[in-house]
Design a binder for this molecule. Structure first.
Ligand SMILES: Cc1cc2nc3c(=O)[nH]c(=O)nc-3n(C[C@H](O)[C@H](O)[C@H](O)COP(=O)(O)O)c2cc1C
Length: 450
């Protein structure tokens, strides 16, 4: 089946200095330590009419192997907490969506509901929440826990967490706050209500003490691809980030996810699937390959191995000869889908440990496209037309040059093919993504279950 019309959505995944694990060592990479740096990145994406900028987040600096962590930027370090940074970026941008990552495992729903409602008001309806359960199991030790939180527990908590947050966003009608100086009525008590949620993990009375967000609900994004991850996404997410290496994987993930929506009373247009793509682009294929090699040559083997064992959740890899084949490894309570992706890749291509980290150090298992303008545009068009994606989360190898390369070279080609907007038609993130604005759910609206 191939798509006949429609335009793709584009997000700019702004991981500081760039996504390649050695980006920070590249002479063209920005330090990405100031608001000005990020305002610059966000404006590049906004001028190119991207749907959103997206900020990842983690809640621990990886300290198991401090020496290895000290040699890379992506050690769990972040220059800023994302909601704080996006609130500042709301002031220096006007149309681009602002998606921040926040964990359901190490936050409280009332606080998160307030923070994202605030970001939506501050930005005039451009907020999005990337819901993660924090697959880095060491994070638990920063939250008064002596043991990691299992994969299953993380997801049951996340299911209840998102229902409480969206329930709180519905505890006031859009026009509840009258601020009527004449009558002295600040809000209409008939349009504000308590939530009175009582569940296995949370007890939350409400109402939320902030007016209903301009979008009704900030856009809920999700990025887990395991079985519980896909069920949570099918029931609650409106945009889904995912890592899919091959066209076949992308098409089957897309069909699988969209195929789960009906049982929750949802339709295919209620959800946008936005796989990550790591594009290294230049006017010629050879030039692009050169750019990529430059980055690969900056990889410190200690860092490459650490990234692999960290993301795959396989500490054992550190103690094996680096040119040995990737061995069979036990299951994990960390991130399941990314790990499976690495091990499948290693098995499929019979890779050694060194070959595998060189393959994933750039894009961390996401889809990597190194080529000319036509190569990259063809690859994106192919996945879009084949229903492998509704758009892409652009993971620039280096910031800002990797993003400007994509914007100056690929975006005009996508427009030439009628695949991407020439200007914004709306002002909110929902309007950019073509998502409906949710009305206020009736009090006690039962959680949609399969
Ligand atoms: C594009 C993308 C971005 C992600 N960003 C984050 C992030 O910022 N913080 C985080 O803790 N996990 C992040 N993740 C990891 C997911 O939240 C999830 O833990 C991971 O995909 C494993 O999920 P699974 O166990 O359901 O397969 C991201 C995943 C993807 C695909």
């Amino acid at each position: 089946m191939s798509r006949r019309d429609g335009q793709l959505s584009l997000g700019a995944f702004l991981l500081f200095t760039g996504h390649h694990v050695a980006a920070w060592r590249h002479p063209k990479a920005a330090d990405s330590t100031t608001l000005a740096d990020f305002a610059h990145f966000a404006r590049i994406a906004e001028e190119a009419k991207f749907d959103a900028v997206f900020l990842a987040d983690g809640v621990n600096l990886r300290s198991r192997n401090l020496d290895a962590s000290s040699r890379k930027a992506h050690s769990g370090y972040y220059p800023f907490e994302p909601i704080t940074l996006l609130s500042a970026l709301a002031a220096s941008t006007s149309r681009i969506g602002l998606v921040a990552t926040a964990s359901t495992s190490f936050s409280d729903p009332y606080n998160l509901a307030r923070q994202f409602a605030s970001l939506d008001h501050l930005s005039g309806g451009r907020a999005g929440w990337n819901l993660v359960t924090s697959a880095d199991t060491d994070a638990a030790f920063n939250y008064s826990r002596d043991a990691i939180v299992t994969h299953a527990d993380r997801y049951t908590r996340a299911e209840e967490f998102v229902d409480v947050v969206t329930g709180l966003w519905d505890t006031a009608e859009d026009d509840a706050y009258l601020r009527d100086r004449e009558t002295g009525q600040y809000f209409d008590p008939g349009k504000v209500r308590e939530l009175n949620h009582r569940g296995a993990h949370f007890q939350v009375r409400g109402p939320l003490n902030i007016a209903r967000p301009p979008q009704g609900h900030p856009v809920v994004v999700q990025a887990g691809s395991s079985e519980p991850g896909k069920e949570l996404a099918a029931r609650t997410a409106e945009a889904i980030f995912t890592a899919q290496q091959t066209l076949e994987d992308a098409v089957s993930f897309y069909a699988d996810l969209k195929g789960r929506l009906a049982k929750y009373g949802r339709s295919a247009d209620d959800v946008k699937i936005l796989p990550g793509v790591f594009p290294v682009v230049a006017r010629t294929r050879a030039e692009a390959q050169d750019k990529f090699e430059q980055l690969q040559n900056l990889i410190d083997p200690v860092v490459g191995l650490d990234l692999l064992s960290g993301l795959a959740g396989v500490e054992e890899l550190r103690n094996l000869p680096i040119d040995a084949p990737v061995p069979e490894v036990p299951d994990t309570e960390g991130g399941k889908s990314r790990r499976a992706l690495f091990l499948d890749l290693a098995a499929r291509e019979n890779l050694t440990i060194r070959q595998l980290y060189l393959r994933v150090a750039g894009a961390r298992g996401h889809w990597q496209v190194v080529g000319s303008v036509e190569d990259v545009a063809d690859a994106l068009e192919e996945r879009f037309v084949a229903y492998g994606a509704d758009g892409f989360n652009i993971m620039s190898p280096i910031l800002p040059t990797g993003l400007t390369d994509f914007v100056e070279l690929v975006v005009p080609e996508l427009r030439h093919r009628g695949l991407f907007r020439t200007d914004y038609s709306g002002t909110t993130l929902r309007e950019h993504l073509g998502l409906k604005r949710p009305g206020v759910a009736p009090a006690g609206a039962a959680r949609k279950s399969a």
